[in-house]
Design a protein around this ligand. Structure first.
Ligand code: DAH
Length: 348
């Protein structure tokens, strides 16, 4: 046996025998293969090299078949403990880890919660379904109040015991009444009620680069004896400076919310361009960014939680977290956050 036809014939024979073998490695001990290997030395010197290579190739093919069969059979793939870091069996690379990371909003919520925690605030959670009492009535929006329409609130088809639909909270202020009641005892001990609620809210809005149907707010509530608007402004200024890591100017304009009196809209000198770039993407060149609503808690809101407004006063604020984070990292479109785009998420 010394021609390439012989090799092809032996190959056919061995491959068909292979299937029936109990111990696949026995194929490598086949007499036909040994004969081919032994025959190499008898081939004409001019053809020996090509012939030898062809026989070796067949032997190699059979070895690989045997090996891959062994891998398939073993329960666990063999592990080369000396190999460099490897992801899902792909070639090792210098890419960052493919493990999941924390969502940027989750990271920023942890950061801002930490700032308020250090200022003495407890951190509470909101909920994803609520009732109209907490969304409106407890916040001094009686039935039929026109400001209810400002909140584009999603409502359920199902009705509660009073025949009212449930709501997907359109702001974190829905938690104010619960917080005031939960921490009422602080006041009797001479301590303040101080809580924040960073959580998700929902609005039936037209979507664009600045509006999402699902977004995040952080609510703040502070009640004690002798609380005044100066304390509100100082608190927010302190928070924002810590969050952005620099001194910033604030601008306070009068506004209207049913649950605060007086109410303010709070603008911040642009943390990005600080008013020095007329084409700034973050502030549109104005140098100021409207950031949050706030005010002194309305006496009716305190009364709804059995707090005497003649004895105690407080402030509250509600700030869009998405907007806060967009300004920090100059993110131009709010929809990125909920888009599940890995290119975006991997940057955080
Ligand atoms: N809940 C308001 C909104 O979503 C924001 C807000 C304004 C919250 C004033 C407050 C506040 O606590 O005092 O538009």
């Amino acid at each position: 046996m010394s021609s390439s036809d012989d090799i092809a014939r032996v190959r056919e024979t061995l491959l068909s025998r292979y299937e029936g073998l109990e111990t696949k490695a026995d194929i490598l001990k086949s007499p036909e293969l040994k004969e081919l290997l032994a025959g190499i030395r008898d081939v004409e010197p001019s053809e020996r090299s090509a012939y030898g290579q062809a026989v070796n190739a067949l032997q190699q093919e059979l070895k690989e078949k045997v090996l891959s069969n062994m891998h398939e059979k073993s329960a666990l793939p063999s592990i080369d403990v000396t190999a460099p870091f490897d992801i899902n069996g792909e070639k090792p690379s210098l890419l960052p880890s493919e493990n999941g990371t924390t969502h940027p909003l989750t990271q920023e919520i942890a950061t801002l919660s930490d700032i308020f925690y250090r200022m003495g605030y407890v951190v509470e959670e909101s909920r994803e379904i609520d009732d109209q009492y907490h969304m409106f009535e407890a916040l001094n929006f009686p039935k039929g109040h026109p400001a209810r329409d400002d909140y584009d609130t999603f409502m359920t088809v199902e009705k509660d015991s009073e025949g009212e639909p449930f709501v997907a909270p359109a702001h974190t202020s829905t938690m104010q009444n619960r917080i005031l009641k939960k921490y009422h005892a602080n006041l009797e001990k001479g301590e303040a009620i101080a809580a924040i609620v960073p959580d998700r809210v929902f609005r039936n809005e037209d979507l664009d680069a600045r509006h999402e149907h699902t977004f995040y707010q952080v609510e703040g509530v502070y009640v004690a004896k002798g609380v005044h608007a100066g304390m509100l402004i100082a608190t927010l200024q302190q928070f924002l400076q810590e969050y952005y890591g620099k001194e910033l100017e604030v601008r306070v304009n009068p506004f209207y919310f049913p649950f605060t009196e007086p109410s303010f809209e709070f603008a911040l000198s642009c943390p990005f361009c600080e008013g020095n770039d007329s084409s700034c993407k973050v502030c549109g060149g104005e140098g100021w960014v409207e950031l949050l609503g706030c005010g002194m808690i309305h006496p009716n809101v305190l009364k709804a939680a059995d707090i005497d407004p003649n004895e105690y006063t407080g402030f509250a604020f509600g700030c869009g977290i998405d907007r806060l984070v967009m300004m920090k990292y100059q993110i131009e479109d709010v929809r990125h956050f909920e888009s599940a785009k890995l290119d975006f998420l991997r940057q955080f």
